[in-house]
Design a protein around this ligand. Structure first.
Ligand code: SAH
Length: 355
């Protein structure tokens, strides 16, 4: 076991089993050894839509300009990206948004990023564009007092989840224990009283209920801000629209699936995003929701094919690369169907483009 694994094992010895959410928070964010805290994950271990093609960020930029205009072009407003990775999406979005200088003049740009390594990359990337940017470690205070235009791509999947397993005794939380120098899963002996959304159907013994209290709380806070101040949010991620039972937590390192508990901090941990849960949280907070829709259809309605044609005319030698990127982003067998888009807007605002 690695250094972080041993540290987690002694924490468990001292204070008892950890929930999966606690384990994820340490494995991803430990300041010395956490996955996001220490490495430039994206590209080395997995690749995200904005890294596939500039078209993705550009279309998101035009989406943001459009929803801002549809709400009367509020100024001052705030443009927030959650978990900007290498900063590619935002760089492409801000470049595309130059067609509307009033938008760029109206928004304060804030990057919500927990990792110092990632912040450095983002600052470098965005320095080229000349926009003033600032950072926040999390969404919250300081970001809720203005119209909010927010984008989050592959961010919610990294938020900690909890898992409960249906047993004869009731729902027992899946915990992490330390056994002979190894970390292992074990069910909490005492069942937890949890209420399961009826839409999930009847659980059989052994069914797994996965929930991300952090994701729900965050969606609620964003939606509350949008309902009160105006603005819109675009959440893109892989996940499911209607949740059943089942577990989706996975570890990925070096483009391959890895063991969940083997080498904490060395692999990315993520779970499929439960869009039904996000949508409900947003509606409960008083906002309107659109989608979730498949990413492929969303990008096509925003005009990704026309954008690809234009790029190809301008860069004849890049035809095959652009076609491959278009396919990867939109094809149902690639990222087109598993990835979804969900928008949050105030009630009464025009339907956001793409939905
Ligand atoms: N949106 C980017 C990166 C996705 S990876 C892209 O599409 O390429 C997830 C990003 O979120 C990383 O930058 C990671 O450091 C950041 N992150 C993960 N959990 C976070 C949290 N709880 N708070 C703030 N940032 C977080």
């Amino acid at each position: 076991m690695n250094v972080l694994g041993r540290r987690i094992a002694s924490l468990i010895a001292a204070q008892g089993p950890l929930s999966i959410a606690q384990f994820m928070a340490i494995a991803l964010h430990d300041p010395q050894r956490g996955y996001y805290a220490t490495r430039e994950a994206i590209g080395a271990d997995f690749i995200t839509a904005p890294e596939v093609s500039q078209m993705f960020g550009e279309l998101v930029g035009l989406w943001l300009v459009q929803v801002w205009q549809d709400q009367g072009g509020p100024s001052p407003a705030r443009l927030v990206e959650l978990g900007p990775g290498r900063g590619t999406l935002l760089a492409d979005a801000l470049r595309a948004a130059r067609m509307k200088p009033e938008f760029l003049a109206a928004v304060e740009v804030v990057l919500v990023e927990s990792s110092p390594v990632m912040r450095r990359l983002q600052a470098e990337k965005l320095a080229q564009g000349g926009m003033k940017i600032s950072f926040a470690a999390q969404f919250g205070q300081g970001l809720t007092d203005r119209p909010l235009f927010l984008v989050a791509n592959e961010f919610f999947d990294a938020l900690p989840i909890r898992q409960y397993v249906r047993t004869e005794r009731g729902w027992c939380e899946r915990m992490i224990v330390a056994r002979d120098e190894d970390l292992a899963f074990a069910l909490s002996p005492v069942p937890t009283a949890i209420s399961i959304p009826a839409a999930r159907g009847q659980p059989e013994i052994g069914a797994v209920y996965e929930v991300s209290p952090a994701a729900g709380a965050l969606a609620e806070e964003i939606a509350h801000t949008i309902a009160q101040q105006g603005g819109a949010a675009l959440i893109l991620d892989y996940g499911y629209a209607e949740a059943g039972f089942g577990e989706t937590l996975q570890a990925v390192g070096r483009h391959r699936f890895a063991g969940l508990l083997e080498s904490p901090g060395e692999a990315d941990l993520s779970a499929h995003v439960n869009f039904a849960e996000l949508a409900k949280a947003a509606q409960d907070a008083g906002a309107a929701i659109y989608g979730p829709v498949d990413q492929g259809g969303f990008l096509e309605r925003l005009g990704i094919r026309e954008r690809a044609e234009r790029l190809k005319r301008a860069n004849r030698t890049m035809t095959a690369t652009i076609d491959a990127a278009l396919h990867r982003l939109t094809d149902p067998q690639a990222m087109g169907r598993l990835f979804k888009a969900l928008a949050i807007a105030p009630h009464g605002a025009p339907v956001p483009p793409g939905f």
